[in-house]
Each structure stands twice: as structure tokens, then as C-alpha cells.
Design a protein around this ligand. Sequence first.
Ligand code: ZN
Length: 276
Amino acid sequence: MIRVARGDEPAALAAIRQQEIQRVGGALAGDPHAIHAVEPVPLTAKLVGKAYQAVAGDLWRAQFRKCCHCEMRVPLRYNDVEHFRPKASVRQRSGGRADPGYWWLAWTWENLLFACASCNRSSKNDQFPLVDPTKRLRAQAQPPGHENPLLLDPAEPTANPEAHLHFDVVGEARGHVSGNTPNGACSVEVYGLHRDELVEVRALELDFIDSELEAVSRLLRTGRIDSAQKRWTELLESIKPQRSFAALRRAALAAFRASRPVEHQAALAQVPASVW
Ligand SMILES: [Zn+2]
């Protein structure tokens, strides 16, 4: 996960939001719980509809065609507009009680991301854990209110999600990810960032990065410092947000630099903390 920048809200979304809030709000008659008196939670998803899909392409392109959570490049088709605050139903954790979701935020630009089906549907689904679930927003209240979410929001402009995550880049656990903080740990769990398929593909990416780093190591060992620095600069410049697994790449470079002898560390420029 890296920070993502959505850019400006697409012009069409404001009109969709106005129309849909009126439609759904009217159907719920101002009481988000009323729907549950007659039907179980899934009806809310049906009621909310899919008008937010109008901005799927805008989100996908803003995120460089990557999933906002796992950083895999994915096609627009078969993948999802992800609602940071779930639109239809919400659970503190998987298997827990389903409460009415944040339906009024289903068309709010700041609540929308683009995610792969594995992160969004198979893993997160309607989970949105809070430090204190009794502080959950009331219907039609605007976030954050008194909510303190346990999930990392990749589009939060003042935070760097990478600081909350630790990638294992060497040894047995190579390719694994864990949390440096409670929010990092919860996000790994809820978005399923430790699933086998991702660990495997990250380990393969590390094979490729390692071969590049080995070349730098060889140049340093043989005293060709200028060439090592040139190669290192190229590697730093390759950490682009467009690239799959940019956070992993940055972590691998930082770990490589930290493991060099002090005189070699001084020769290599520091790895920036984030792309922004
Ligand atoms: Zn994903």
C-alpha cells in the first residue's frame, strides 16, 4: 500500500450523489434501521445500487491501474470501486454483527477507492473496525465525527501508509507483510495483505530486485563507487507509484542500504520515505 491521490472529484459525481441520496434517503424514510425491520441487510446493497460505478475509471486511472491495498496492477473490469466506509452493511470484524452501512457516503469522492476483488470482496467485504465501535457515525453524519478507524486509508492526505507496514525482504518470511502499528496490523488482516498468492508474487518481485541490488553490492565491494552510485540512483528513480509493489521495492532498497558497511551507506543516497 502506498499513498494514493484521487485528484479532483469528477464533475458527474455531484449530481449523482444528490439524486441518489434523495432516492435512498426517501426509501429509508430517514431511518437507516427501518429497512431491517422488513428485510435483512442485503436489501440495503440492492437499494444503494451501483451509480457510483460512473467514477470507477477515474479512480482506477488515478491509482495508476493498481489496487489501492495490495498494489497489484489489475484490469478495470472484474475489479471494484471500494468504499472505505462500507456502503450497505458494516461489521466491526468479519463474522460479527452486521449494522446498516454508510449508505449516504456511497457517492462521496473522498470515500471511494479502486481495489481488486480479492482485497475488497474476498477480504475486507463490509468490515470497518473502529477503536471504539460505540462512536460509529450516525446516519448521514459526515466523517470523521468521533470515529477512530483501525484501517489505513491510502488516500488520507496527511498520512503515509508505508510507515505502518513492515515487509520481510530477506530470509524465510521473504514476501510477508505485517503491521508496525495497530492500524498497520489491522489493515494487513482486513485487506488480506498476507494471503499466500500475494506473498508468492512479492517473493518473485524480490528475486528481481535482489539481482539489481547484487549488482550494486558487487560494484561497492570492488571499489567502483561512482558506478555503484549511478546504479543506485537508477534504482531509487525506479520506485514510481505507477509500478506494482512500489512499497515493497522501497522497503527492499532501504533494507539493503541499512545492511551495508557504514562507508558504503554514506556513498548511497537515502531511500525516500514515500513517493509524495
Ligand atoms: Zn488488492
